[in-house]
Ligand binder design. Structure first.
Ligand SMILES: Cc1ncc(C[n+]2csc(CCOP(=O)(O)OP(=O)(O)O)c2C)c(N)n1
Length: 390
């Protein structure tokens, strides 16, 4: 219903852009419901169901899309490029996969803290051709990280059909190539998505391994509204229209007697009122008045600089030794600090900067990475450290 409303607002010129998830709703909704509410999700444009599934208040959501101050990122981004730590949703970076390495980092934090938790990253079929996707999957497989990589295979990467995107039979084959469990499911069947994702979550936690879940689905609208769907053969809309996730689920609820028409209409009416009211509140919010100091405060952590004079005896050191000692000091001071890099473990690093670190701090905290280019492995515990400014 939010989707329908947004299309109307777009036509009325009251919003300027919309990425529709019509046709793919079951994926986001089923996957979100399968996770614990404190497990991190990295959603994408077509995953409105993650936000509603985590019960984000709609007025704040609408303020976000209007670029208002009381939105989730204080008017900085519109659209879906935002997150909410409170709801354990990590803001989308780009459509093509950079969130996947962050999902690895969060899963690593869970693993090291021995928590029974997973992280879940969404991507489209287009993203599965990107380097970020392959590096993130490989690291997760090698390190045994409890991550769910959920690919929404809607047959097109923007306008590029799957036949020009990859040559393997299914995207799940790519997961198998990295040595991880990979399954293909019907992404338009809400109950199947929910049950398969619940099982996938259990698998990741029990086996301490990642999984790739390929959800077969179809995008009934363009990549975003302005881009249209001219490149899609018309008959595909008919075929997939028959498999519409919402009308089929409604049909199931009615036929199985879980609901009757009256109750369904009642629920629809409640939602309509809630959406309209929240939109009113969202639109009533005045535009942001920029304030440089506030912007700076939101970028940099509060910091009081304390000059520490050199103490004790001075001794001559090579620069690399100073780096080694500095890192060792930090490793002792912050037990949640983890070093990652190529050849930094037993080998001690290409410049021997981490020599002896594995013996001193253990392999969990001094980690050889496979040859990755993506430097985006963030441990939330480190990230959130109050001491970060030091
Ligand atoms: C790093 C990066 N490269 C390229 C783009 C441009 N771009 C945006 S979406 C897209 C294709 C997306 O395909 P898919 O993930 O399958 O999503 P779909 O729109 O088909 O649902 C491209 C090439 C981008 N946003 N970011």
């Amino acid at each position: 219903m939010i989707e329908d409303k947004m299309l109307i607002l777009l036509r009325q010129g009251r919003i300027s852009k919309w990425f529709s998830g019509i046709g793919q709703e079951a994926v986001a909704v089923g996957a979100t419901l399968a996770l614990d509410s404190d497990e991190y999700i990295m959603p994408m444009h077509r995953n409105l169901g993650v936000f509603t599934g985590r019960k984000m208040p709609l007025d704040k959501l609408f303020m976000q899309w209007q670029g208002r101050k009381n939105g989730y990122s204080k008017g900085r981004e519109r659209s879906f490029h935002f997150g909410s730590n409170e709801h354990h949703i990590c803001g989308m970076i780009s459509h093509l996969g950079p969130q996947l390495a962050i999902a690895d980092g969060i899963a690593l934090a869970h693993k090291l803290r021995k928590e029974d938790k997973v992280s879940l990253a969404f991507s489209g079929d287009g993203a599965t051709s990107e380097g970020d996707f392959h590096e993130a999957l490989n690291v997760a497989a090698v390190w045994g990280l409890p991550v769910i990589f959920l690919v929404e295979n809607n047959g097109y990467g923007l306008s590029t059909p799957s036949s020009e995107q990859f040559i393997c039979k299914q995207i799940a084959d790519k997961g198998i190539g990295y040595g991880m469990k990979a399954i293909t499911i019907d992404g338009n069947n809400l109950l199947e998505v929910y049950h398969e994702l619940s099982a996938a979550r259990k698998y990741c936690i029990e086996e301490q391994n990642p999984i790739l879940v390929e959800c077969m689905t179809f995008r009934m609208r363009g990549h975003e509204e302005a881009s249209g769907v001219k490149y899609v053969p018309k008959e595909l809309f008919e075929i997939w229209g028959e498999k519409d996730p919402i009308s089929n689920y409604e049909k199931y609820l009615l036929e199985s007697g879980v609901m009757d028409e009256m109750l369904m209409n009642q629920i629809r009416e409640q939602h309509r009122t809630y959406i309209e009211k929240s939109l009113e509140t969202g639109f009533a919010e005045p535009p942001v008045v920029p304030n440089v100091q506030e912007e700076m405060n939101d970028v940099y952590a509060p910091h009081v600089h304390v000059q520490v004079a050199a103490q004790g005896e001075k001794r001559p050191l090579k620069l690399i030794q100073a780096i080694t000692e500095g890192m060792a000091e930090s490793m002792k001071r912050y037990p949640n600090l983890v070093l990652m890099g190529q050849d930094i473990a037993e080998y001690g690093g290409a410049f021997k900067a981490t020599e002896g670190f594995v013996e001193q701090f253990g392999k969990d905290r001094v980690r050889n990475t496979p040859c990755v280019k993506v430097p985006l492995l963030v441990l939330p515990s480190v990230y959130r450290s109050r001491d970060l400014s030091r």
